[in-house]
Design a protein around this ligand. Structure first.
Ligand code: GLC
Length: 557
């Protein structure tokens, strides 16, 4: 009992709650629509506060809800200190914070510092003020190449396809690492630095507990001329001096942010989305002098495979212990094919994410996918993940076992990646952003009164919250029970592997004796005496069935 109380206080301790939190990502435009315009909104989140409390999460992370023309699903921000009028008002936001805090749920918001929307007043001023103006200095404007400057300053490509440079009316070009409507900020400019400090204080003052930092590794750039070519860039090492990515000097920014976080009691927290080359480089973002935590996407890009899981888990725990932070686990988010779908597809080049892309591009053929297997593996992987030390980031809808929607007609798609190709390979990310089904009946499955902004397939009825809540064997019931037990069982941030004699069965034990066993294989695994202490997961005549996970209570409980 003592260790139960200990872990409970650690979970609720205002300074360390994030270390082993279960954080639920809300993509606000697709969560719940309270005003019936087909778009999810902040009052929609408030209306589902009890659902979130019952789910048993510790925090929500809200993807951008700021004013935006939605050129990139809200990651094109026109005003960093306001709420999109289609999603509500600042007063609605305050009501949401109060409703969640009342239920013991903390709130993390998304900060998008690499680029703004082209509709941001600063970018509009830069366009109006013309070349050579102080206003253009806040972004990255350059003259073109070629006889009349008609060629872009370099041959760099944007992540969503096409050139990373766009020409403006007077002939200059600006840099956009993502969509054309997302001009990159110049982080050497003091106005940019000061404005983001203001934004962090603005939301912290409103009671926000933490921040998720979008493409945190990209802010600082070395744009000394001559600019390197794309091929030259690809050949450069990622050692802290790369001109565009994961530069050492980016950490000066986060050190300053940390000082702002620490002005508050309790200190605010940060989690970096940093796509960097090694776990060591990722740890720099997660340091106590920096953002505090960084996403670890290793499981998200791994196969459902015991050896891969074991290596990833061991490496990340070692790394987080060395950095003093705690690690983060992610299987799904708003940028990738949902894991219940991914795991039903045969791995391609050893990467289920890659296979998800190919499947969607092919229109989601049914004969490629084994949906039952996908869901079985997804449940097994999630139970394993929720048993690990560190925090777990869950994406809205995964608690329903929701599937990716592959067959969205082109004229209903919204993601710039679908239209422009590029790094995301033209597959688009709309399929994991389709609004949630709350009821099996009714318009837009209870999402709202109107048709949802992305079309929901008829198959969503069987994943609806009301259907799953009534079924003790549903994925929702499994998540609720797992999150409830996790609060009791979560203990010190260590694990010890137990040998199972099978390469496809992983087993580990936490310091309080809580044991997690996952069978990645197809043959049942005999649990021996442990079978009598199972608190969660399937067991069949004393054995762990294929592709499943069980939690075993500490002995003597
Ligand atoms: C991040 C976001 C993604 C967005 C991109 C540009 O990767 O997760 O959704 O498109 O940054 O802001």
């Amino acid at each position: 009992m003592t260790d139960v109380l200990l872990s409970e206080s650690r979970r609720t301790d205002p300074a360390t709650w994030w270390r082993q939190a279960a954080v639920y990502q809300i993509y606000p435009r697709s969560f719940a629509d309270a005003n019936g315009d087909g778009l999810g909104d902040i009052p929609g989140v408030v209306s589902r506060a009890d659902y979130l409390a019952e789910l048993g999460i510790d925090a929500v992370w809200l993807s951008p809800f700021y004013p935006s023309a939605l050129a990139d699903g809200g990651y094109d921000v026109a005003d960093y200190r306001n709420v999109d009028p289609r999603l509500g008002t600042l007063e609605d936001f305050d009501r949401m914070i109060a409703a969640l805090h009342e239920r013991g749920i903390r709130v993390i918001v998304d900060i998008v510092p690499n680029h703004s929307s082209n509709l941001h007043p600063w970018f509009q001023e830069a366009l109006a003020a013309g070349r050579g103006s102080a206003e253009r200095e806040r972004y990255i404007f350059r003259e073109g190449t070629g006889e009349n400057g008609e060629q872009p300053p370099s041959d760099w490509g944007a992540a969503f396809g096409g050139s990373a440079w766009e020409r403006v009316e007077d002939g200059q070009w600006y840099l956009h690492s993502f969509a054309t409507e997302q001009p990159d900020f110049n982080w050497d400019h003091p106005d940019v630095r000061a404005d983001f400090l203001r934004t962090l204080r603005f939301w912290s003052d409103r009671g926000v507990d933490g921040f998720r930092i979008d493409v945190a590794h990209m802010l600082t750039k070395d744009l000394t001329e001559p600019l390197p070519s794309r091929a030259e860039l690809e050949g450069l090492p990622h050692d802290g001096n790369h001109p565009l990515s994961d530069r050492d000097d980016v950490h000066e920014i986060y050190a300053e942010w940390r000082r702002v976080f620490n002005e508050y009691d309790p200190p605010r927290t940060g989690v970096a989305e940093a796509w960097v080359s090694t776990p060591e480089r990722r740890a720099r973002y997660a340091s106590a002098e920096g953002l505090g935590q960084a996403f670890n996407f290793d499981l998200l890009v791994a196969d459902f495979d015991a050896a891969q899981f074991r290596t990833i888990i061991a490496d990340n725990l070692a790394q987080s212990a060395a950095s003093g932070s705690s690690t983060t686990w992610v299987l799904s988010n708003h940028d990738v094919t949902r894991h219940a779908t991914r795991y039903g597809l045969p791995a391609l080049e050893g990467r289920p994410v890659k296979q998800g892309v190919e499947w969607i591009k092919a229109g989601g053929p049914e004969d490629w996918i084994d949906r039952e297997q996908g869901l079985r593996r997804a449940r097994a992987a999630t139970l394993l993940l929720l048993g690990l030390p560190g925090s777990a980031y869950l994406y809205q809808g995964e608690e329903l076992g929701l599937q990716e929607v592959a067959d969205i007609p082109a004229d209903r798609r919204q993601d710039p990646a679908f239209f422009r190709g590029g790094e995301f390979d033209g597959f688009g990310r709309d399929g994991c952003r389709v609004p949630l089904p709350w009821t099996a009946a009714g318009p837009s499955f209870g999402f709202g009164e109107a048709e949802a902004h992305l079309p929901q397939p008829a198959s969503f009825a069987k994943y609806a919250v009301d259907v799953e809540a009534a079924d003790p064997d549903s994925t929702l019931s499994l998540y609720r029970e797992a999150l409830r037990l996790r609060r009791v069982l979560q203990t010190d941030e260590q694990l010890e592997w137990t040998e199972t004699g099978r390469a496809d069965v992983l087993s580990f034990v936490r310091p309080n004796g809580w044991r997690v066993v996952t069978n990645f294989g197809t043959a049942p695994f005999d649990l021996g005496a442990d079978a009598s202490r199972i608190v969660l997961g399937p067991v069949d005549a004393g054995s762990l069935p294929a592709e499943s996970t069980v939690w075993i209570a500490p002995a003597g409980r």
